[in-house]
Design a protein around this ligand. Structure first.
Ligand code: BTN
Length: 327
């Protein structure tokens, strides 16, 4: 798998700072066999990854918060069914890499600490500072085209919400079709891309980005309300989530769900989606290409459509046609 050329020295220095404590410049320079000036430059290279490193006279350097690096071997060992797991320090986009990867190696997961060109839906960029969040993709090959493929984004939304709920965080749920919200703000996003011809085999790459510990500064280019999991957990008096534990749980749940989806389609997921629905029985506004409709959301239908009680009666809206707002 293509990996950007990363000098191992940069990661070695990062590991020395990972505990979040102060480290004297003198000791760091000596331990890495470089001058203080070269050390300062190397710190700047780490800042290029979006890492927040403080420097203070008399104290030295420290990361703004401790860093738990992703561990591919531990993740792969935690898989309940065989699944290849690769972790890259830096890549353009984990989805792009897996779309180009050899499908004979599926199922395979790729995680990155930093994405230079993370992609969101509708051609938007996905902010990906180093080690702050989860950037994870899973490539999965279905031998036959799943008839309910259009509902896969909803299935993945359910699985993400259920995995995140295990952290104990409160105020989490889904906004149709699969927006992961916490306290009304965006906690994560899902980008599913597929290859193949209807009727034949089908390969999907499921990309999930979850904001775990991103700071306001790191998120400054984001132009919509967002939230990070660990900030919410801390406000709620709960322990911070481990990115490795969350990634392992998410991958295991996805693998189980994809097999169930292949066998039974969306049906088993309808009640699970509805249990995570943040809009149920609430006033919503449906934004259509040619206007808008107000109504009361009534949950998801077996084909994945959003059911809304409008002046015209119960109406089903399908993905791709509409956008939903709480009104
Ligand atoms: C969205 O716009 O809500 C979807 C965001 C998906 C982001 C994830 S991060 C891992 C994977 N790689 C990417 O380039 N995008 C997805």
């Amino acid at each position: 798998m293509a990996q950007a050329l990363i000098e191992p020295e940069r990661l070695k220095l990062l590991d020395a700072l990972a505990d979040g404590g102060w480290h004297s410049g003198e000791a760091l320079a000596e331990a890495h066999g470089i001058t203080r000036a070269a050390l300062a430059k190397r710190m700047d290279r780490l800042r290029d990854w979006g890492l927040e490193i403080e420097a203070r006279q008399g104290l030295g350097y420290r990361l703004s918060r401790p860093l738990e690096r992703l561990n591919a071997a531990a993740l792969e060992a935690a898989m309940l069914t065989p699944l290849r797991v690769t972790v890259l320090a830096e890549t353009d986009s984990t989805n792009t890499q897996l779309l180009d990867a050899d499908s004979a190696r599926d199922p395979q997961a790729l995680l990155a600490e930093y994405q230079t060109a993370g992609r969101g839906r509708r051609g938007r960029a996905w902010r990906s500072p180093f080690g702050a969040n989860l950037y994870l993709s899973l490539a999965w090959s279905f031998p036959a085209w799943p008839p309910a493929l259009t509902t896969l984004p909803l299935v993945v939304g359910v699985i993400c919400a259920e995995a995140l709920a295990q952290t104990g965080v409160e105020g989490l749920g889904l906004k149709w079709p699969n927006d992961l919200l916490l306290e009304g703000r965006k906690l994560g996003g899902i980008l599913i891309e597929h290859r193949g011809e209807a009727g034949g085999p089908c390969r999907v790459v499921i990309g999930v980005g979850i904001n775990v510990a991103m700071s306001d500064e790191q998120a400054s280019p984001i132009d919509q309300p967002w939230i990070a999991l660990n900030a919410a957990l801390s406000r709620q008096g709960r322990a911070a989530a481990s990115r490795n534990a969350l990634a392992a749980d998410l991958l295991n749940r996805l693998a189980i769900a994809l097999r169930q989806f292949e066998a039974s389609g969306f049906a088993p997921f309808v009640p699970r989606w509805n249990a995570q629905d943040l809009t149920r029985d609430r006033k919503v506004r449906i934004l259509l290409g040619n206007g808008e409709v107000d109504g009361i959301a009534r949950g998801v239908a077996p084909d994945g459509a959003l059911q809304v009680e409008t002046a015209q009666g119960l109406t089903a809206y399908h993905s791709g046609e509409v956008s939903l707002r709480l009104s």
